[in-house]
Design a protein around this ligand. Structure first.
Ligand code: S3P
Length: 178
């Protein structure tokens, strides 16, 4: 973004966590309260590629999807001031995480896989969970990723806080970070 004075922008707020934990809902709500722009990575990638994420996975493979996620991250790392919701697997890409750790505050929305499975709708749109028992799939993802999720700057427990309380906490973190 040529000409943009990035140093004048507050850091991004980056919501991470398991698929279905509520990153999009909480992110959208917090962005509205903070009058900031909200960007959902999957929706943006689908818009750019002209096809749903599950088709990108099917036709071009997960590796290709991760390349698209990394490219979007690089672009966003030169800006600030947005509320971002990357897909649940973004956290496994160390380089991307380090880029947004510098340009943002990473907020982990925590929930046990069993809780997320109970809340989960639209399993069929999530290629890593489609066609299998969501509890088993989510447990697997959780075990692989929990260490990375826990490196976030802040952890919010979605099992103890209501949706409104979670939005309020993200807003608070946004106001505190400039
Ligand atoms: C993925 C999560 C999805 C999406 C893709 C891969 C993952 O996003 O990016 O299906 O690896 O956990 P949500 O977390 O928004 O479901």
């Amino acid at each position: 973004m040529a000409g943009l004075d990035v140093s004048a922008l507050p850091p991004h707020l980056v919501l991470v966590g398991l698929p279905g934990v509520g990153k999009t809902t909480i992110g959208r709500g917090a962005a509205k309260s903070l009058a900031r722009r909200f960007l959902d990575f999957d929706a943006e990638i689908e818009r750019r590629e002209g096809m749903p994420v599950r088709e990108i996975f099917r036709e071009r493979g997960e590796e290709h999807f991760r390349v698209l996620e990394a490219a979007l991250t690089r672009e966003l790392s030169t800006t600030g001031g947005m509320v971002l919701s990357p897909g649940g697997g973004w956290i496994t890409q160390t380089e991307s995480v380090e880029l947004l750790r510098q340009a943002g505050r990473i907020i982990y929305l925590r929930a046990a896989p069993e809780t997320v499975a109970r809340r989960l709708r639209r399993v069929e749109t999530r290629p890593l969970l489609a066609g299998r028992d969501p509890v088993v799939g989510l447990r697997e993802l959780y075990e692989k990723r929990r260490g990375a999720y826990e490196t976030a700057d802040a952890v919010l427990d979605t099992e103890r806080l209501s949706r409104q309380q979670l939005i309020a906490k993200v807003v608070e973190l946004g106001l505190a970070s400039g």
